[in-house]
Design a protein around this ligand. Structure first.
Ligand code: NAP
Length: 288
């Protein structure tokens, strides 16, 4: 989901992709490799000789991570270690994407970058461990914690709400978890702006962690209601609790990421989530 939009946003650069899939339709040179295999990663890196690495690959099905723990650890932690080691040999900074799910969400105030992680889910634990592994490797890296991501490609929350509304299915959505809905395109455009202003930006801020998300907060039910309203539906969702939904992985109730450091150090403040969602819905309707 994020990778497709990043390729679009970074078009002016000489890009290469590496991942599990075939990479067809990406429009860039692509090598198929499991990133949790160090030897394969080393070979790819030696061929590509990257100057900068965006590490997007992950096992992102949070519920499945609870039962598929070995796979989750390989994809979310081991792969980061492999990429970090190979990138260090090339002195290429790794731009890594972590998550609000490393926090427990028990505190009322927003989470700052230096708050201590305490993940409730196995997915969150693998991403916390990945952050630590990246730091321990000793090469240049920057971690962006992002959250509640949706985009044109892949599974996304607003797309599944609209699919259910189109079928006339009843909509029950969790109202007691709050976060910052974030559009992939806004994240990618922000990263592109950073690079075009200063190609060495990720060397300059190496070792830092930043929170990057659209402004404002919402519950999943608020997010769903706004999606339906923007798409022209007059229905509202039935608001339920996370306990009623009872999913395999626990999610934080209030893991709202503070955006202050990112604005102060990088000069980035993304627009309110409602404005981004309106663009997403408009583009989705135009592409039909
Ligand atoms: N989605 C969110 O709400 C969210 C929130 C916070 C942070 N993030 C982070 O943001 C990043 C991008 O997320 P996304 O939602 O764009 O992910 P996504 O759409 O699920 O894409 C992840 C990609 O990683 C690939 N992959 C998995 N294991 C791999 C391995 N061992 N080797 C190579 N490739 C592998 C997957 O390939 P297959 O499709 O072939 O399995 C998939 O194409 C991830 O690091 C994620 O943890 C996401």
């Amino acid at each position: 989901m994020l990778g497709h939009d990043l390729i679009d946003a970074l078009k002016p650069y000489d890009l290469s992709g590496v991942g599990l899939g075939e990479g067809s339709g990406l429009g860039i040179p692509y090598e198929t490799a499991d990133l949790s295999e160090q030897a394969l990663v080393d070979q790819c890196w030696d061929r590509i000789r990257p100057e900068l690495v965006f590490h997007l690959a992950a096992f992102t099905n949070v519920d499945l991570c609870e039962t598929e723990r070995d796979l989750a650890s390989l994809a979310n932690t081991k792969a980061v270690e492999c990429v970090a080691r190979a990138s260090k040999r090339h002195q290429a900074p790794v731009v890594f994407f972590s998550t609000d799910f490393i926090f427990d969400g028990f505190q009322e105030r927003e989470y700052v970058e230096s708050d201590t992680p305490n993940p409730l889910s196995y997915y969150g634990a693998t991403k916390r461990d990945a952050e630590a592994a990246l730091k321990a490797c000793g090469g240049p890296y920057v971690t962006f914690r992002i959250c509640w991501l949706y985009g044109a490609r892949g599974r996304s929350f607003p797309a599944s709400i609209l699919a259910q509304a189109e079928k006339g299915a009843p909509l029950k959505v969790v109202a007691d978890q709050v976060g910052r809905p974030t559009y992939t395109r806004d994240v990618c455009n922000a990263l592109s702006r950073l690079l075009s202003a200063d190609e060495k930006i990720f060397h300059r801020v190496a070792g830092e962690t930043f929170h990057l998300a659209n402004d404002g907060t919402a519950s999943w039910a608020d997010f769903a209601d706004e999606t339906l309203r923007l798409a022209g539906y007059s229905v509202k969702v039935e608001r339920i609790t996370a306990a009623q939904l009872n999913r395999p992985a626990k999610r934080p109730a209030h893991a709202v990421l503070s955006l202050v450091k990112t604005q102060k150090i990088l000069g980035l403040r993304l627009r309110p989530w409602q404005a981004a969602l309106a663009d997403f819905i408009r583009e989705r309707q135009n592409s039909k």
